[in-house]
Design a protein around this ligand. Structure first.
Ligand SMILES: NC(=O)c1ccc[n+]([C@@H]2O[C@H](COP(=O)([O-])OP(=O)(O)OC[C@H]3O[C@@H](n4cnc5c(N)ncnc54)[C@H](OP(=O)(O)O)[C@@H]3O)[C@@H](O)[C@H]2O)c1
Length: 379
């Protein structure tokens, strides 16, 4: 059957006003025969939500409140898209999976925080996660038609962000503006700071572990400044498959939304002759300690990754508020991981309490820093 004769896939979109959410809305507008927005859900920005709603008049509009679970579970929804910022996306993702919905997921924090729980819900309800993150979309595409046993390693590429070449001893003085100036991708502020610390790549290692069920030791990171090779899979026979494309999130979003079909002309293909060269280099662990920190948290398992995620969300928020320096972002995450009380299990209550503990702990450490630097620390 041709896609034009099939009824449009009905979408519930969490994070409708954000960077990913707006690109989902573009794709829906460009492909009305394929997609229809059934619900637009955002966090706080009513004006932006209303603006999106005017372009999709049939869609229900909701700001974050208890009815979000109902909206993603609506029988009229075929696919839920999760692109809300951070840990707030966990409950709606679980609600969608419990209602038997497939979820196209951009929000890596959900898997970092509660990957085991999400996988358990998928198994129990026979649902799937379709990756939107460009690296995971690339790996997913490289794996189509392959057998799990054939996988050797997953290779996640990363541009290295704005601080790839900056002298390491000047990073402590990096400003918010400098950290937000990503050389290749235009994204929301939290993921842009994660790209500057390369915690983003650390979170992606954990995301890849849960999406593709590959051990941490077999997930590598390679710096690739041009952001054209979005990631690769190395197979046991020595073959390597890569997925290439210009750095534009419309493409991985379209792959997830239209799977298993492909949409015509989502973006222009990369002009390799004009690009000329593709460079790769090993990650410098001294410059980017966040990657090893995240991998270690993944290996520790239990609630260590929930602590990693929550501590990082809080530390990034503090940096964006101008209350801590750039190097302290990863420093606070490390401090939280090294003093967390226990690793706990995978139950929702344990994940939520680890998340709450880490947020509190990071705020307390940052306040202590400020008191110390103001010379008011009690002797
Ligand atoms: N941007 C990219 O290119 C990119 C690429 C790969 C992966 N991702 C991942 O995609 C996710 C979203 O990133 P982004 O860059 O699109 O972020 P963003 O531009 O900051 O947008 C965040 C969205 O989340 C919404 N939101 C916040 N709190 C919410 C809540 N409690 N309930 C429902 N919605 C809520 C915001 O709504 P309000 O504006 O109303 O607060 C906004 O629509 C992140 O996990 C990121 O890592 C993004």
């Amino acid at each position: 059957m041709s896609p034009a004769r099939r009824s449009p896939r009905r979408l519930a979109l969490l994070g409708a006003t954000g960077s990913i959410g707006r690109q989902v809305c573009d794709l829906v507008e460009r492909n009305p025969e394929r997609f229809r927005l059934h619900a637009l859900i955002a966090g706080h920005d009513q004006a932006a939500l209303d603006a999106a709603g005017r372009r999709h008049p049939g869609a229900h509009r909701l700001l974050a409140h208890p009815a979000v679970a109902e909206a993603v579970q609506d029988p009229d929804v075929d696919l839920v898209i999760v692109a809300a910022m951070g840990a707030a996306a966990l409950a709606p993702t679980l609600a969608a999976l419990e209602a038997g919905k497939d979820v196209a997921i951009a929000t890596k924090e959900v898997l970092v925080m509660a990957g085991e729980l999400v996988r358990e819900r998928m198994r129990r309800h026979g649902t799937r996660l379709l990756p939107i993150d460009s690296e995971h979309s690339a790996i997913w595409q490289c794996l189509w038609g392959e057998q799990r046993e054939s996988i050797g390693r997953l290779i996640l590429t990363g541009s290295g962000g704005p601080f790839l070449r900056r002298p390491v001893d000047s990073l402590a003085a990096a400003t918010v503006e400098e950290a937000l100036a990503h050389p290749r991708w235009k994204m929301g502020p939290k993921i842009t700071i994660d790209s500057a610390t390369m915690m983003n790549k650390g979170l992606e290692i954990i995301e890849a572990h849960f999406l593709f069920d590959v051990e941490y030791d077999r997930i590598q990171v390679l710096v690739h400044p041009q952001s054209v090779v979005h990631s690769m899979v190395e197979f046991r026979d020595g073959s390597v498959k890569a997925q290439l494309g210009i750095p534009d999130m419309h493409l991985p979003i379209a792959v997830a939304l239209s799977y298993p079909e492909r949409i015509e002309a989502v973006v222009a293909p990369p002009d390799l002759a004009a690009i000329g060269r593709l460079d790769f280099e090993a990650l410098d662990p001294g410059r980017f300690p966040a990657v090893a920190l995240a991998r270690d948290a993944g290996r520790r398992g239990g609630t260590a990754t929930a602590v990693l995620n929550a501590a990082n969300e809080e530390a990034v928020a503090l940096f964006l508020e101008g209350r801590i320096g750039f190097n302290r972002v990863v420093g606070l995450v490390e401090a939280a991981l090294s003093s967390m009380p226990g690793f706990g299990g995978h139950a929702l209550e344990e994940v939520l309490s680890a998340d709450a503990w880490a947020r509190r702990h990071v705020r307390e450490l940052a306040s202590a820093d400020r008191r110390a630097s103001a010379g008011k620390l009690p002797a």
